[in-house]
Ligand binder design. Structure first.
Ligand SMILES: NC(=O)c1ccc[n+]([C@@H]2O[C@H](COP(=O)([O-])OP(=O)(O)OC[C@H]3O[C@@H](n4cnc5c(N)ncnc54)[C@H](O)[C@@H]3O)[C@@H](O)[C@H]2O)c1
Length: 408
């Protein structure tokens, strides 16, 4: 029986890890402790689990007293490194939510500590476990388009899902690293994984064009805003029990509730991104993210020396019907439409498969779905390079920001 503890008792910690640990995986796993900077939230979390799981006020005490084998890190992104590093140093393995971290200093410190302690960091890239993307990976492994030359990737967040990032801590770069890290770490990892390659050079542009100060009026939170009647982004979260129990009722500890004004001036992340990446085997990628689109979804076009794969997957409130299509073009320009079923369950069916792999400690990995710190660094590394490229107005070499890794 392996002992687990959770650092970061918010939404993801509860639904992805806490609840399954005390229900589905009780024969292989025991949840022995909880920690959050907001202790009141951690206590509500424990109540929601319906078990006497101890809540610790100091993370070091959790490590010393509860003696977990593995720590699950589900804090805000910019603090992952604190819990990863302390846990490794105490002899624990770590399962961390994506992104592994948010800047190059934290990233290299994680890599160095993992190497020195001999313990293991797993990064939970659940997209690799989505049945739909797994089928694409299998096609790529059959070499159906030859050597990869170019990737064109567009990610669209609509004005429901996209706006949500601007209502929460994600909208502050010091907490999330920006969408290029918090969100696009998924996307960069999908490409790194699908084309089985690593990034080497990154160039980027980005701006905040829609949310933040791009509106004549603003408030602080929706729930006490004087513009409720006129704002298209007003949302009544007070009807949401989870919001009240987890965040609103515990605001006295940290002033945080995920109901911020999407137009407030403190927002300092980009909602519009354009990124170029050159990969080690020579492929180039152009990637864009728009966080205020009329509909939600993505398009990935992968060109190779023997053909091309086009993947479209769109959904969302404003699209009459979801649209999904995978097209393969062979060397003779023949097009085949490949039917792939969407997985069921949260995150395209990826979460439940990932949990089985984690808690049942499945080691077979024929499709390279299990990601460690190197994959975590390579995907966060693109996002970190995006930030540095925008700031320094130049191309960034991955080897200059991931100095703890051997990068050619
Ligand atoms: N893989 C996925 O699909 C997926 C989906 C959602 C969230 N996530 C990740 O899960 C993590 C948690 O996200 P969430 O949606 O649960 O957010 P959340 O705001 O609901 O929870 C975050 C928790 O971290 C705590 N926290 C903040 N700073 C801390 C610190 N310094 N030390 C300890 N605790 C701290 C907060 O008090 C809060 O309880 C993030 O890293 C996020 O990127 C991943």
């Amino acid at each position: 029986m392996k002992k687990y503890a959770i650092a970061g008792t918010g939404n993801r910690g509860l639904y992805m890890y806490g609840k399954p640990l005390v229900s589905k995986y009780t024969d292989v796993a025991e949840l022995v402790g909880l920690y959050d900077i907001n202790t009141k939230r951690a206590k509500v979390f424990a109540e929601k689990l319906g078990r006497q799981i101890p809540v610790f006020e100091d993370f070091n005490d959790l490590l010393d007293v509860a003696k977990p084998d593995t720590i699950i890190v589900t804090t805000q992104d910019a603090f992952h490194h604190e819990y990863i590093i302390k846990s490794l140093q105490k002899g624990c393995d770590v399962i961390t939510e994506k992104p592994m971290t948010t800047d190059e200093f934290k990233c290299n410190e994680i890599l160095k500590t993992e190497r020195e302690t001999g313990k293991k960091v797993t990064v939970t890239f659940n997209c690799r476990f989505m049945p739909f993307l797994l089928e694409i990976k299998k096609l790529m492994m059959q070499d159906i388009i030859g050597d990869i030359t170019a990737v064109h990737f567009e990610w669209l967040l609509d004005q429901v899902h996209g706006a949500d990032y601007f209502r929460r801590w994600h909208s502050i770069k010091e907490c999330s690293g920006g969408l290029q890290i918090h969100k696009a770490t998924h996307h960069f990892d999908i490409i790194n994984w699908l084309i089985d390659d690593e990034p080497r050079i990154v160039n980027a542009f980005g701006s905040l064009r829609y949310y933040g100060s791009n509106n004549p009026f603003k408030g602080k939170f929706c729930f006490n805003c004087e513009h409720k009647e006129s704002c298209k982004f007003y949302i009544d979260k007070m009807k949401d029990d989870f919001f009240k129990e987890f965040y609103y009722n515990n605001m006295d500890m940290d002033g945080y509730a995920p109901n911020f004004c999407v137009y407030r001036k403190e927002i300092n992340i980009e909602d519009t991104l354009s990124v170029n990446v050159r990969y080690s085997k020579g492929a180039v990628m152009s990637y864009t993210l728009t966080a205020y689109s009329p509909y939600e979804g993505y398009k990935i076009n992968i060109s190779g020396t023997k053909g091309r794969l086009e993947i479209e997957n769109y959904a969302g409130k404003y699209l009459p019907e979801p649209f999904k299509q995978v097209r393969h073009f062979d060397e003779q320009h023949n097009m085949t439409i490949i039917e792939i079923e969407e997985g069921r369950g949260s995150h395209g069916g990826g979460d439940s498969v990932l949990l089985d792999v984690l808690f049942n400690e499945i080691t077979q990995d024929p499709y390279n779905q299990q990601a460690g710190s190197r994959a975590g660094a390579m995907s966060a590394g693109i996002g970190i390079a995006v930030n540095n490229s925008m700031k320094e107005e130049k191309q960034i070499k991955i080897k200059d920001i991931l100095w703890e890794l051997e990068v050619n």
